[in-house]
Design a protein around this ligand. Structure first.
Ligand code: SF4
Length: 446
């Protein structure tokens, strides 16, 4: 009998991407093989996101498109997992008769057993109860890259930002033991991975049972031979400390690209969001980071059109953007999420047209700044980890330590190497360069 096949459709953040890698590994330990087209698969997992309407409705559109495939293959198991599954639970089985399984954000580590149980019992199942339980991760992820790897360092979030559904869908904070993370990264180094990206909703509040914090973790991982680069996301101004930022400067393998979401440039709006810091604190942290890591990149998240945000308050966001000169921003219109304090207690009173106008003005300003910041790189040398062919043309592509994408002439033999690149041109999201010499970075020798 041909091995069973599975397909995974992933929406949302890097944490979801890595959860999908872990679920793929679990299904492959049961002898299943991956296919890209979900219509012909025996098992289809939809790993959903609920941070914004768009991501959620796209996922359910695709779930609905499988009705005829399920009729053609009644043995097919269709599962919805991730944050929207955790949020909706049983209601999803009532809404979609062709869905067999709903898996929560801490139950996905049992996906293989749950799929087998659906086949064995011929029952439809909901597994969303482990939301506040510590998670021990299976060690079998099927990673999408052989060069860069995601590593979960913690789960959940104890903050209560009023616009955010994550605490409800990802549960309370739980930090993995430092030793366990070090062992995972050592295994990755032994498998030839050169870059790791540490994942957490709020990495600055990482603290394990032995009271190791985020700075301790960075220093411990910096010692591991064979790992050349350490990235981390997402940081939080509320819990970022000097020792965390100092570790970025002190550890040669820790990359100088800090993603520090600010969300608004106005203190009254930040209070409404319950972000637990003000613009002055944010400025102080950024000044500290830029002092410790001259030339380091800074990116952020920003929400426009939050309930009751006035034109003057939005202009504070534009002013902060001009002042901070972020390398990049991820910019969003406020999208009420049912079950969040903002959606349940605040009127979504900024008209859609006004939200769109503010978003456009912010995007335009940020595009100008990103272009200026990147054009200042022309003529400079950057160490680049070559990832592979560029999406277009015959060039190769890679990223600088500051996480900027660089395209340059070169052949496939450069993939996986650290090279020295001189920047020759720049746009808002991409740099162009020429390889001077393949060079071992001062740490690559390990
Ligand atoms: S810090 Fe705030 S925005 Fe980030 S995941 Fe936690 S609640 Fe959501």
């Amino acid at each position: 009998m041909a091995p069973r096949t599975y397909a995974i459709v992933t929406y949302g953040c890097q944490m979801n991407e890595h959860d999908s890698e872990i679920m793929a590994g679990l299904l492959e330990t049961r002898g299943m093989t991956r296919v890209e087209d979900e219509n012909g698969a025996d098992v289809v997992l939809f790993n959903t996101c609920t941070v914004r309407d768009g991501a959620e409705s796209r996922a359910y559109g695709r779930v609905e498109s499988l009705v005829s495939a399920k009729r053609a293959n009644p043995d097919m198991v269709i599962a919805v997992c991730g944050c929207s599954a955790q949020d909706r639970g049983q209601a999803l089985l009532e809404r979609y008769e062709h869905v067999d399984l709903v898996i929560g954000t801490r139950d996905y580590v049992k996906v293989d057993q749950l799929v087998e149980e659906v086949w064995r019992s011929q029952q439809r199942l909901v597994a969303i109860d482990d939301i506040d339980k510590p998670l021990s991760l299976p060690t079998v992820p099927v990673r999408r890259s052989s060069l860069k790897a995601y590593v979960n360092i913690m789960f959940g979030c104890n903050n209560r930002c009023t616009f955010c559904i994550v605490p409800k869908t990802r549960g309370v904070e739980f930090s993995r033991p430092l030793e366990e993370i070090v062992e995972e990264v050592k295994r990755l180094a032994a498998q030839g991975y050169r870059e790791v990206c540490l994942l957490g909703q709020n990495v600055n509040s990482y603290v394990d049972a032995q009271r190791h914090d985020f700075a301790d973790l960075l220093h411990a991982l910096d010692e591991i031979d064979g790992i050349w680069r350490i990235r981390y996301t997402t940081s939080n101004p509320k819990s970022a400390k000097h020792r965390h930022l100092a570790a970025i400067a002190q550890c040669p393998k820790v990359m100088e690209n800090l993603h520090l979401p600010v969300q608004s440039g106005n203190n009254r709006v930040l209070r409404q969001m319950k972000r637990a810091y003000n613009v002055e604190r944010y400025r102080f942290l950024v000044a500290m980071y830029r002092d410790l890591c001259p030339g380091g990149a800074l990116t952020t998240d920003m929400i426009v059109g939050f309930p009751s945000e006035s034109e003057a308050e939005f202009r504070d966001t534009l002013r902060l953007t001009e002042e901070m000169r972020f390398d990049q921003q991820f910019m969003f219109m406020y999208s009420p999420r049912k079950g969040t304090p903002a959606a349940d207690t605040m009127r979504n009173d900024v008209p859609l047209a006004m939200k769109k106008d503010r978003l456009q003005r912010l995007i335009q300003l940020q595009e100008e700044i990103s272009t200026e910041v990147n054009r200042a790189e022309i003529g400079r040398l950057h160490e680049v980890l070559v990832e592979g062919p560029a999406r277009r043309g015959d060039d190769m592509m890679g990223r600088t330590r500051t996480d900027k994408t660089v395209v340059f002439p070169g052949d496939a033999s450069l993939a996986g190497q650290l090279v020295q690149v001189r920047i020759t041109n720049a746009w808002s999201h991409t740099l162009r360069g020429e390889v001077l010499t393949p060079s071992m970075s001062k740490v690559a020798a390990g």
